[in-house]
Design a protein around this ligand. Sequence first.
Ligand code: NIG
Ligand code: FE
Length: 328
Amino acid sequence: MIPGFVDSHNHLVFAGDRSAEFAARVAGEPYSAGGIATTVAATREASEEELEANLVRLLGEAERSGTTTFEIKTGYGLTLDDELRALRIINRHTEESTLMAAHVVPPEYLDNPDGYVDLVIEEIIPAAAGQAKWIDVFCEEGAFTVEQAERIITAGKGHGLRPRLHANQLTAGGALQLAARTGCVSADHATFASDEDLAALAAAGTVVTLLPGVEFSTRQPYPDARRYFAAGATVAIASDCNPGSCFTNSIPFCIAVAVRDMRFTVDQAVWAATAGGARALDRADIGRLTVGARADFSILDAPSYRHLAYRPGVQLIAKVYRAGEQIA
Ligand code: NIG
Ligand code: FE
């Protein structure tokens, strides 16, 4: 028996897929934030029912692979109405809802990115207050600058949203320092992290959430988790399931990649995907098997949790329970 996986990073409200982009990438094209616009267009076209049906299908997949808690972000709508629609859908399926209206600058604002930042701050965040638990920003070349991200995080906090950040996914910019400075509960991706970045995150108590499926899918370099642990950071693993940079929601797969390619020990990886995910969501009631915790757990068809990494790609999750009820 293991605790239910806590998948603290997902983008599951979208339509369409980007398998053609994936095929081009494995043939040599680099990943860039530019592909997000393809999904934004498809998502805006889709009905609320279509978006929710796609979400429910993905949640079922994840539950069958042992996930009992999901964080889910908006970010493929990028208008006031489309972002609120995504939040409505998310709130029907999880309490870990994140407003990520600052995913990329939408096509209609490409010549006026600060105009979009103003829209997010003046209209979308106030309308999402009380509807979302978290605020997240993609702080990266091709998305939002450190200055823009800081304005958005500050505005979100002012409306009662708690901060988390997409930081240093594609470049070694100042996003991890921003996450530490603004008190983000989690800084996610952290593919490129200097010793100073890791020290700042550890000192701030910001969880570092590594996303093994992203480096697998984008062919970016895998970060070496031994550096993150040595710096004293709390490390989580999440899937980042989304149609662009990583279309898996299998935490056992992520654990296997983390162990093989990011140099986690098996114990560190299983902890990071359970208790670590709970820390990344600031939750004390999930992610561990202890008196007083919610009864979220999986029964393995294996003699040890070590088999999760030892037998990659094999379905070892036999039964899954949330709050004591069997869900898969
Ligand atoms: O976490 N980095 C930004 N957002 C997603 C990718 C979204 C997409 O490519 O559609 C991520 O990797
Ligand atoms: Fe993401």
